[in-house]
Design a protein around this ligand. Structure first.
Ligand SMILES: CC(C)(COP(=O)(O)OP(=O)(O)OC[C@H]1O[C@@H](n2cnc3c(N)ncnc32)[C@H](O)[C@@H]1OP(=O)(O)O)[C@@H](O)C(=O)NCCC(=O)NCCS
Length: 235
């Protein structure tokens, strides 16, 4: 493995390996995303209209994908700046390939499994996260975190200064993820959820463009990368 200061240009060879990455959601993803949404939010009616959301100019949806990658098709990976990890794991995480994420140049979707998705609306300077969910069988494998990092990066690119969301009072797992990424409780919406009249906790970040927020995010990205660094990197 070799590192060139802040950047790793690595290729991945092997038998059959999993490549994990985040990209913008497309029309052909709707069936898989709707399935994940139903699995995660079965009591929330009506379900989101993803066809509408993909046409909605203020809405932005991303998906986390797993793709089987074989030896004839190596994948490039860039590490976040300042990373000096040499850790091993079973996946390549393309989160840091911002060029691909933004331009949507990633591999064709045919062999992809979507493992999670997130959506947010940008209105004025606020990115409001409408949903984030990971396929049940893939939870607690850092995919939610990957989606959250991607949302915050994308929101900043879209000139948002703040990220907000509502979460069920009972959803301690999601609240833990949000707290980790700098969200704090700023209010309560009594009886916000119509299925069981559960309270909604309103959470918000500080200015996501601030030096303090970005420093913290960079630190989290580096920790994330160390934890999930690709295995069998050869360069
Ligand atoms: C919330 C959700 C998206 C998290 O995704 P995930 O891929 O399982 O989470 P990750 O593995 O990336 O974990 C990221 C953080 O989430 C929290 N978390 C995840 N699983 C947890 C668990 N079982 N118990 C406590 N905290 C947990 C932790 O803070 C964790 O950080 P850590 O590993 O440093 O402790 C996922 O549980 C989900 O899809 N839930 C159903 C849908 C939902 O409730 N969405 C939120 C609506 S507001």
């Amino acid at each position: 493995m070799c590192y060139n200061n802040s950047r790793v240009n690595a290729h991945f060879w092997g038998m059959k390996n999993l490549v994990c990455y985040v990209r913008s959601m497309r029309q052909e993803d709707i069936a898989q995303v709707a399935k994940i949404d139903r699995e995660a939010f079965s009591t929330q009616l009506p379900p989101p209209d993803f066809h509408y959301e993909l046409r909605n100019k203020v809405a932005h949806y991303i998906v986390a994908c797993d793709k089987a990658e074989n030896s004839s098709n190596p994948v490039n990976l860039e590490a976040p700046s300042g990373n000096n990890s040499t850790g091993l794991s079973a996946r390549l995480i393309n989160l840091f390939r911002r060029r691909h994420f933004v331009n949507n140049e990633l591999p064709p979707t045919s062999a992809e499994d979507i493992t999670g998705f997130a959506g947010f609306w940008v209105i004025a300077n606020e990115a409001h996260i409408t949903s984030i969910a990971v396929r049940e069988a893939h939870r607690h494998q850092s995919i939610g975190e990957l989606l959250m990092i991607s949302v915050l990066d994308r929101a900043k690119e879209l000139k948002a200064h703040m990220a907000t969301l509502e979460v069920r009072a009972s959803n301690a797992i999601a609240q833990s993820l949000y707290t980790k990424y700098g969200f704090t409780q700023v209010g309560i919406r009594r009886g916000y959820y119509t299925d069981n009249r559960e309270d909604g906790i309103l959470m918000s970040t500080q200015d996501i463009t601030s030096a303090a927020f970005q420093a913290r995010l960079q630190h989290l990205k580096q920790a994330y990368y160390r934890k999930n660094a690709p295995s069998q990197l050869v360069c």
